[in-house]
Design a protein around this ligand. Structure first.
Ligand code: DX5
Ligand code: ZN
Length: 224
């Protein structure tokens, strides 16, 4: 079944614990946590202390998306802080094989992320062992951007490669997902759906989460 991962980038950080607790009560199982360094992307967000605080406040799976230039150096600190998944950008990793295996060696799931304009072919060799692949559907750096439609073709092609090669990685998407397009995204083959502004920008984030989760589930039934 597809899962919606609320992205805390758009949360009210002064009320983060409260907002996360409401999502957990509503049935949320995973949170998406955006880490930005002001170098790989033109924005700054959070570091390991916030992940450590979240870890104390919730049992939800913490899906940590590193938008940073030096993931080899910082991934271990996020794992120590309590991350369950760590994803790194292909564009930031000259030694991608080594980086992904290092993350798996820390005992968490390792994901690789592709920016919209980075071709799928750059992942051919790691698809055998990576735990998940995150297709960016906006250029990373900010919440609330518009979904880039051609990225859905990348998802379809990735899902086809997964089927053809009998592989197990999970397909995630991130950026510009809303109540209006979540069904289409799931039908293309996405299993983990990141969503920030659509959930936290709503008056009732937990209620919007439930609505989005229901739309995702219905779309997956149609798909099967
Ligand atoms: C973008 C981040 C996303 C972002 C998604 O750089 O990686 O996770 O929070 O937010 P929305 O759903 O608002 O596009
Ligand atoms: Zn993200």
């Amino acid at each position: 079944m597809p899962e919606i991962l609320p992205s805390i980038l758009s949360a009210d950080f002064a009320r983060l614990g409260e907002q996360v607790a409401a999502l957990e009560t509503a049935g949320c199982r995973m949170l998406h946590v955006d880490v930005m360094d002001g170098h790989f992307v033109p924005n700054l967000t959070i570091g390991p202390p916030v992940v450590a605080s979240l870890r104390k406040a919730t049992r939800l799976t913490l899906d940590v998306h590193l938008m940073i230039t030096d993931p080899d150096r910082y991934a271990p600190l996020f794992v120590e802080a309590g991350a369950d998944h760590i994803s790194v950008h292909q564009e930031a990793c000259p030694h991608l094989d080594r980086t992904l295996k290092m993350i798996q060696g820390l005992g968490v799931r390792a994901g690789v992320v592709l920016n919209p304009a980075t071709p799928l072919g750059t992942l051919d060799e790691v698809l055998e062992f990576v735990d998940f692949v995150l297709i960016m559907s906006v250029n990373p750096g900010f919440g609330g951007q518009k979904f880039i439609p051609y990225t859905l073709d990348k998802v379809r092609q990735l899902a086809a490669r997964k089927r053809e090669r009998g592989l197990r990685f999970v397909i995630e998407i991130d950026g510009g997902v809303s109540l209006g397009n979540v069904g289409e995204v799931v039908k293309a083959g996405v299993e983990w759906v990141g969503a920030g502004a659509a959930i936290f920008g709503a008056g009732n984030p937990a209620g919007t989460f439930v609505e989005m989760q229901q739309l995702a589930h219905s779309a997956s039934m149609v798909h099967v």
